[in-house]
Design a protein around this ligand. Structure first.
Ligand code: FA5
Ligand code: MG
Length: 460
């Protein structure tokens, strides 16, 4: 996609960012687990579940703090919606023009993404994500008193180094592409995972930490994927004193402790639910695993984890130790716990959604308000070499916003001349009201125009 390497990062913004954290605590209780072990592939580069989407991983940069739209400066988006152009993130001012630059080829952040920065759903006490975060904190507090430091307001704007290099993501890894990650400029991204903060926290001397934050990915459109979602990272370092008495080596010790800790967490959150471990691949851990939970008739991946690569520990002042790390998807867990059927609902400000949740009440089952009918529209085009599904999904989201419930490839073929055609079905549905034919046709018309203009495809 865009060429890289022009402009320097918005240093002024980044330099202002200051770390904030709260101390936490823990004690440990071992648990028996309902977890079933099974073998499969890893996620990072290859998705094993049959989708063609390549999985992405997060990144890291510097940190700033959270965010209240405070600016008097406003701009009007194409949709007619008013967008604040200046945010304050924990005392750091972030202007829209720092983050969204339409004519800069090193930038691919749309306004729809900028508008989510600083909302920090995970810091709202009465929001399912805030309730879940607190419950995970409680688990660690009870089991490991005083051990884990907690961070939930680190800046989501990070350097490419933090996001990728520091966690050993190879230079040719798919997650580094403009197709998968939101770049502010060639050296600065919106973090795509909370692992972006591992190295800096280790360097600051932390050995046990939980980092919760919003992460950003260009991704497909369906009920369990959203371009902004929330992760919690866990990290625990062990020294030889920890494993020597156990009779196993440091890596095996960390792996055992990791599974025990996460199985305990799963049991704490869910009690009995069907789940399984799957072997996985991440550049920053070995061995690596993912945990899947059976939900709405499918296995849903809820977290990735593993034993930290030695190089990360050595590079950050921890030679001679071992460690485990995990990164869990808060929305995915909350969907299971609260019975929330669609990931878009987390962003709803409809009282019929927000009023159903309150602080400390984990697992209250969400009562769907009336489900409005979906409307399906198909679009077929001849693709060019540069076509990617993420670009297509972003066009759809850019125009339809959260009215786009799902985008799925329903047909693909290559003709004798070697031209490839794709047919996508877009499901439009509002969570809050009935949509009129007129407005859907208008949206679909704009999707057709923009796909043709921006994506270099030929509509059939
Ligand atoms: C990672 O992001 C790794 N950083 C996790 C990790 C940390 C592994 C530490 C090892 C050690 P992954 O791309 O699989 O991995 O994402 C982690 C979780 O985020 C997923 O299991 C899923 O629960 C959630 N997730 C991923 N993409 C989306 C999305 N588009 N929408 C909602 N949740 C998502
Ligand atoms: Mg994964």
């Amino acid at each position: 996609m865009a060429s890289i390497g022009r402009q320097a990062p918005s240093i002024s913004l980044i330099a202002q960012c200051k770390t904030r954290f709260n101390q936490v605590v823990t004690s440990f209780s071992s648990t028996s687990s309902p977890v079933v072990h099974s073998r499969s592939f890893s996620i990072f580069s290859v998705k094993r579940t049959g989708t063609r989407r390549a999985a992405t991983v997060g990144l890291g940069f510097n940190r700033w703090v959270s965010t209240v739209p405070v600016s008097p400066k406003k701009t009007r988006r194409k949709t007619g919606e008013i967008l604040s152009t200046l945010l304050e993130v924990g005392g750091v001012k972030i202007s829209r023009d720092d983050v969204v630059r339409e004519n800069d080829p090193t930038n691919n952040v749309p306004d729809s993404i900028f508008s989510k920065i600083g909302l920090q759903l995970h810091r709202r006490d009465n929001h399912p994500l805030g309730i879940l975060k607190q419950e995970i904190y409680s688990y660690f507090d009870n089991n490991f008193p005083g051990l884990f430091n907690k961070f939930d307001n680190l800046c989501p704007v990070v350097s490419v180094k933090m996001n990728f290099d520091d966690v050993l993501v190879p230079h040719d890894h798919v997650s580094r592409t403009y197709n998968d990650t939101y770049y502010i400029n060639a050296e600065t991204v919106l973090r795509c995972h909370t692992s972006a903060h591992q190295a800096e926290l280790l360097r600051e001397g932390h050995s046990y930490f939980l980092v919760t934050g919003d992460v950003y990915r260009r991704d497909s459109v369906d009920s369990t994927h959203y371009p902004v979602f929330h992760q919690m990272e866990g990290f625990r370092v062990f020294t030889p004193v920890d494993w020597e008495a156990s009779g196993v080596d440091g890596t095996s010790y960390a792996a055992m402790d990791l599974k025990k800790t996460l199985e305990g967490l799963a049991q704490h959150l869910f009690g009995n639910v069907e789940m399984r471990w799957v072997d996985a691949y991440f550049p920053f851990t070995d061995p690596s695993f993912e945990l899947e939970i059976y939900f709405q008739g499918n296995w849903m991946e809820v977290l990735g984890c593993g034993v930290t690569e030695q190089k990360i520990l050595i590079n950050n002042g921890r030679a001679g130790s071992t460690a485990w790390a995990f990164g869990l998807g808060l929305e995915r867990l909350a969907m299971v716990l609260f019975d929330i059927p669609d990931i878009r609902l987390f962003w709803s400000s409809d009282l019929r959604f927000t009023s159903q949740f309150s602080s400390g009440q984990l697992g209250v089952k969400f009562k769907s308000f009336s489900k409005f009918p979906p409307c399906y529209k198909d679009i077929s085009f001849w693709i060019s070499e540069s076509f990617t599904e993420n670009n297509f999904c972003e066009v759809v989201r850019g125009i339809a916003g959260d009215l786009a419930e799902q985008v799925s490839l329903i047909d693909s073929f290559t003709n004798k001349k070697g031209m490839t055609s794709h047919c996508y079905r877009i499901t439009y549905r509002s969570m809050e009201r009935s949509l009129t034919d007129e407005e859907i046709n208008e949206l679909q018309g704009r999707v057709r125009d923009e796909v043709e203009n921006k994506l270099n495809v030929t509509i059939r």
